[in-house]
Design a protein around this ligand. Sequence first.
Ligand code: NDP
Length: 327
Amino acid sequence: MALAQTDPTTHPNEQGVLRPSGSRAVLIDGKRASEEVVAKISEAARGLAAQGLKPGLAVILVGEDPASQVYVKSKGKAAVACGFHSVQYDLAATTSEAELLALIQKLNADQAIHGILLQLPLPGRLDPTRVIEAISPSKDVDGLHPVNSGLLAIGDLSRALIPCTPAGSMVLLDKAAKALGVDLSGSEAVVVGRSNLVGKPIAQLLLGRNATVTIAHSRTRDLPATVARADILIAAVGRPEMIRGAWIKPGALVIDVGINRVAGEGQDASGHPKTRLVGDVAFTEALDRAAAITPVPGGVGPMTIAMLMENTLRAATRIAGLGEPSL
Ligand code: NDP
C-alpha cells in the first residue's frame, strides 16, 4: 500500500525512511534495506571466493504447497544472486521421516553446504521438531534448532544463528531508531505474538539491546492498554489489522511482521476476486500515531530472505574457521 498512493511527492532520505506528507509517521523501506544487505553479502562472498570459499545453501521442500514453492524458488534465486552455491531438493509429499532424516544427515556431512533450510510447514505426518533437531546447529540457517534458540536466549550472538524474520525486523528497527534519534536502551518494547519463529526471538533480541520487554499473546488481559505502553511495538500475530491506530503510543516505532491476505476490490484479469496483503496493524490509522512504521508489503517481508543469505554467509565463515564475516 503504497507510499506512492499515500503521497506521490514523498522523497526518501539517506536512511531509507520516508514520510508521507500529512502523516506523522515515516515509513521504513524494507525493500531498499534488503537490497543493501544483499549487496554487502555479494561483496563479502566475492572476497571469500578469492580465498576458495563459496557459501552453499541447500533448501528442502517436501510436498507441493504452492506458497512454499514460491518461497523456495525466491530463496534459491537470492542465493545465486549472492554468488552462493545453491541446491534445491524437491521431495514428494509421501516422503518418509527416515528418508528426510537421511537427506539431512547427508547435507550435514557435505562440505560444500553451509546452510540447510527446511521449508515449513511440513506435511502433517512429519514431525517438524524431530526433523529440525536433526539439522546440524552450525548449518541451521533458519535458527530454529534448540541449540540456536538457547544461544540466543543466553545472549551469545557470536555463536547463535538467529531466525531470519526477527533478525530482519531488528535491522529495520535500528534504521528507524537511527533516523529518528531513538535509543532502544531503556525503552518500553511490546511484542505481540509469542511464536518460536518470530515473537520469542524478537523479544530476546530486544532484551539484548536493553529494552524493557513485554510479550503479549492471545491470553493477554488488556491488549490495547499493553500496546499503549510501547515505545517500540512489534506486531507478529497473523490477524489482519487487529492492532488499531488508537492503541498506539504517539511517537512509537512500529514493526509490523504480519502478512495477511484479505479480499480486495474488483476482479483480476482471469475474473477471480482480487486480494491484497495487509499487516497486523491498521496501517492508515497508525500513520497518525507512530513515528515510524514498516509497510505491508515492502517492510519486514523482503528482509527475511536477505537475512537468510546473511545467515548462510555467517555459517560458511564460522564453519571454515574464519570467524564473523565483515558486513
Ligand atoms: P503464529 O500463529 O505462530 O503466532 C501468532 C501469535 O499471535 C501467537 O503467539 C498468538 O498467541 C498471538 N495471537 C493470536 N491472536 C491474538 C490475539 N487476538 N491477541 C493477541 N495475540 C494473539 O504466527 P507467526 O509468529 O508464525 O507469524 C505471525 C505473523 O507474522 C503472521 O501474519 C505471519 O504471516 C507473519 N510472518 C511474516 C514473515 C515475514 O517474512 N514477514 C515470516 C513469518 C511470519 P498464543 O500463543 O496465545 O496463541
